[in-house]
Ligand binder design. Structure first.
Ligand code: TXA
Ligand code: MG
Length: 303
């Protein structure tokens, strides 16, 4: 259903009944459910084929609603939410009684963000409760940034798909652990490490080494085609390139980091649609502004 006042109302009704709805956000499309409803949360994990100990992000329309899920609201969460919400920044904070154990995968923390998308915000508002929304893709595969990317299994599991066109940012939110001191960067994303460090006035920690941790598996965001990371593509290679495509099996990525993030998953979906066994991917420069693209390409290329 194209995004409209009627679609927003229908989405909120379906969520209230405990059903799943694919919603647009500024990062990627999400598979939404009513966050306080344990049965709806279990359905979400089942639809994605995602292990129950891999927690979801609660999406809220205000800091007040976020705080209803948290046991306390550390200064880090306060500063980041004021600066970046609504926007592609997720804070991990101590879990409060309002966050069901299914949502947090049994952890004593909860991940929360407020999406910068008028349709997503309107749906949360119409429901009147936080919405849990993992990316609307099967576990480990590439996130959808257009409804055309949705897998049939995900569409079948949803009562409704709300289509608002291509996502503006194209990569997932940055996840910051505010429950530890100093805060840690758990997942690079649409907000850069340096923007966050500047606002907090601290150097972000890395996640504890060796710890598995939710969402930290080496392989993720992966297409079916096996990816091989290279410095540049040759004229006969298939894959992703920053140069003018030399053949019909090459997909071009923008040379500017934010534009590349916006187009990256669409390029991976297009590459996958070629049905190749393997393809090469040209790595961007090894520079801080490319951290998120590097992260996603490395995970996509991990066997
Ligand atoms: O941009 C986004 O964040 C998108 C859109 C739909 O909002 N959502 C998204 O959700 O990417 P998902 O479920 O695909 O990824 C959630 C990430 C995972 O890496 C998960 O492990 C981490 O957030 N996460 C959730 N709760 C956590 C917690 N309590 N502690 C640490 N990491 C957590
Ligand atoms: Mg995901």
């Amino acid at each position: 259903m194209p995004a409209s006042a009627a679609a927003i109302e229908e989405a909120a009704e379906a969520l209230r009944r405990g059903e799943l709805v694919v919603i647009p956000t500024e990062t990627v499309y999400g598979l939404a459910c009513d966050a306080p409803n344990p049965e709806a949360l279990r359905r979400t994990f089942a639809a994605k084929g995602r292990p129950a100990d891999h927690p979801l992000i609660a999406h809220v329309q205000s800091v007040e609603q976020a705080r209803s899920l948290a046991r306390d609201w550390p200064p880090c969460a306060d500063v980041l939410s004021r600066r970046f919400w609504p926007g592609p920044l997720t804070v991990v904070v101590p879990r409060g009684a309002g966050a069901p154990t299914e949502l947090v995968g049994g952890l004593d923390t909860v991940a929360i963000r407020s999406p910068n998308h008028s349709v997503a915000l309107a749906i949360i508002k119409a429901l009147g409760r936080p919405v849990a929304a993992p990316s609307a893709n099967p576990y480990m595969s590439v996130s959808p940034t257009r409804v055309e990317h949705l897998e049939p299994g995900i569409v079948a599991a949803a009562a409704l798909v709300v289509d608002a066109g291509p996502c503006e940012r194209g990569v997932e939110s940055t996840v910051i652990d505010c429950a530890q001191e100093p805060p840690a960067l758990l997942r690079p994303g649409a907000v850069t490490r340096s923007e966050i460090e500047e606002v907090l006035g601290v150097v972000l920690a890395d996640p504890p080494t060796g710890a598995a941790g939710p969402g930290r598996q080496a392989r993720h965001y992966a297409p079916r085609t096996r990816l091989i990371l290279v410095d540049a593509l040759g004229p006969d290679d298939a894959g992703l390139t920053f140069d003018a495509p030399a053949n019909a099996l090459q997909v071009r990525l923008p040379r500017e980091p934010r534009q590349c993030e916006r187009d990256l998953y669409d390029a991976l979906h297009r590459l996958d649609a070629l049905g190749l066994e393997s393809a090469k991917v040209a790595l961007p420069p090894d520079a801080p502004e490319w951290e998120t693209v590097h992260n996603r390409l490395r995970k996509a290329a991990t066997l």
